[in-house]
Design a protein around this ligand. Structure first.
Ligand code: NAD
Length: 260
């Protein structure tokens, strides 16, 4: 259904981004992977994805906190994959600390990756989408784009900002066949969540089990993690023709978290 389209999924060497890349490749889209990781493992993922779905898959390891590397990434896509039709802004990091101890360099890194990188990718993708009168921008925000939790000041600020940015772009693209939406997941068991458990244990003086049960899963009325497959199915729907009227929306997929 997406054959002839090219998708850039940022942060797609792991977790949610990798799952979405697989889901879009299964629909026939050409794929640009991005992210950090072991070069041999990434090459295996790239080659397997291309072979399984018969689509072109490239990898570019641009560090998205650097505007010049994002520009080089777009040159790579424009030269080799015919531009970006589907932009999934997914790369993100987390840091957990009380505000008085929050390292300023962590604040800058989180705002830089989780918010500013989407500004750069979107401004570079927009001209091509406008010219083709078709585009899909899927921003992976968070339940933390809608509500807060203590000790996540930079992340919550960046994700709220990303939702505001999404709404603005939705208005700018509306008459050009471009949609922009924000998927707002609850907790998904990926390396990003695993890595914050030790700091949350420290910040809240809890054991690992208490953090999983009383902090992470307590937020979700279902008592269960959201899965990367759940998120992928929603992202694929937004890219389909049936998703064309969904624009500027925060789409919660969180087991009921923000309903409380
Ligand atoms: P993850 O840690 O598994 O993956 C993050 C990806 O981003 C990796 O591919 C990593 O290499 C890449 N990345 C990190 N820094 C980068 C940089 N400077 N430049 C380019 N790529 C970089 O995390 P995940 O859980 O899959 O998170 C993906 C997105 O989903 C993030 O934006 C996150 O905030 C959001 N999210 C996650 C959850 C969750 O519970 N896991 C919930 C809501 C939202």
């Amino acid at each position: 259904a997406l054959s002839g389209k090219t998708a850039l999924i940022t942060g797609s060497t792991s977790g949610i981004g990798l799952a979405i890349a697989k889901g879009l490749a299964a629909q026939g889209a050409k794929i640009m992977l991005n992210g950090f990781g072991d070069a041999a493992e990434i090459e295996k993922v790239r080659a397997d994805l291309a072979a399984e779905h018969g689509v072109e898959v490239r990898f570019n390891g641009a560090d998205l906190t650097k505007a010049d590397q994002i520009e080089a990434l777009f040159k790579d896509i424009n030269d080799n994959l015919g531009g970006v039709d589907i932009l999934v802004n997914n790369a993100g990091i987390q840091f957990v600390s009380p505000i008085e101890d929050f390292p300023p360099e962590k604040w800058d890194a989180i705002i830089g990756l989780n918010l500013t990188s989407s500004f750069h990718t979107t401004r570079l993708a927009f001209p091509g989408m406008k010219a083709k009168k078709w585009g899909r921008i899927v921003n992976i925000a968070s339940a933390h784009a809608l509500v807060a939790s203590p000790f996540k000041s930079a992340y919550v600020a960046a994700k709220h900002g990303l939702l505001g940015f999404t709404k603005t772009i939705a208005l700018e693209g509306a008459t050009f066949g471009i949609t922009a939406n924000a998927i707002c997941p609850g907790y998904v068991h990926t390396p990003l969540v695993d890595k914050q458990i030790p700091d949350t244990m420290k910040a809240r003086n809890m054991t690992r089990e208490q953090v999983i049960k009383d902090v992470i899963l307590a937020a979700q009325p279902t008592g269960e993690f959201v899965t990367v497959e759940d998120i992928t199915a929603l992202a694929v729907f937004l890219c389909s023709d049936a998703g064309k009227a969904i624009n500027g929306a925060p789409l919660s997929i969180d087991g009921g978290w923000v309903a409380q």
